[in-house]
Design a protein around this ligand. Sequence first.
Ligand code: G6P
Length: 369
Amino acid sequence: VMAEKGGFRHFMLKEIFEQPRAIADTIAGQVFEEEGAVFLDELKMTDDELAQVSRVVIVACGTSWHAGLVGKFLLEDLCRLPVEVEIASEYRYRNPVVGEESLVLAISQSGETADTLAALREAKLRGARTATICNVVGSSIAREAHGVIYTHAGPEIGVASTKAFVTQLAALHLLAIRLGRTVGTISREKGRELIGSLVKLPGLVEETLRIAPVVEAVARGCHHARDFLYLGRGSCYPVALEGALKLKEISYIHAEGYPAGEMKHGPIALIDEQMPVVVLAPRNAHYEKTISNMEEVIARGGRVIAVATEGDDTLVAKAEIMLEIPEAPPELLPILATVPLQLLAYHVAVLRGNDVDQPRNLAKSVTVE
Ligand code: G6P
């Protein structure tokens, strides 16, 4: 069994460490860096068809929905198209406004989640063009969508999704570049720059993983907490949601992800000396605002665990604990910031003696409503 886990104690840990390889495999063969171009042939859409898309609707559940939320930032920013991100179980029972002007994108690791499949079918019935970002070849969703972007994470055994999530984000980057190049919002030059960064991502994730022993030590200091709060702004807000979900899933500690600027409208009332608050504060456009939210937490006695860019002296002086991620282009920061949060959830759960790979009450793929 240890051999199956490649020498790691749990599949989840093995899968966290497989992330550089998984991302590299997802990008491999899809990019032509000199031309700033992305292929995605299995999307089965011509440039004309792509140019006709005037709106994107993403449907997904769980961790895949969080990937969709990050995708909204990428697609809106790089393609200037409106993007809605929908929880599949809600979408399927609405009377959604959708038709042939829309590209409906189902994101699913397994390709078998019942709600996501039903949402996709609903959109298809109403005339939408459909596509999926999926990890399982030949799965129901991959078969029913018009086009596919496969993530090449390989089989994910741990119930808490890790490598599938980061490959979904890599796939969303590919889609945004292809779409942006086609509709003209991304120049050849900009395309080259974006692809140039994307191909460096596996190495950056590798570097980020070096923080693992530090995260384990941090987990020792907070695994008895009863509640955690995760705060982020912009594309780090979905990362806060994902960090909180990982912790809930395997440690059974109550955790909440919140947009940092919204904290003052409620969650701030919860903060006291018992409450670890994970603040996502890498150097990006939201940095200053996030820091001021972090200071509000500190002023109320909250214990801040900051995820920040390496060498950030301002933060070292302020936060109780700092988890460093490498410097990187802003669009890659959500991926890098996710890694320490996966490790934190993992180590907290192990310290609490939980079954990390098979958490209670959860299933790897939910094929019933
Ligand atoms: C279950 C799993 C989650 C996953 C979600 C959606 O709840 O435990 O890890 O994110 O289903 O699964 P999918 O296969 O559609 O991405």
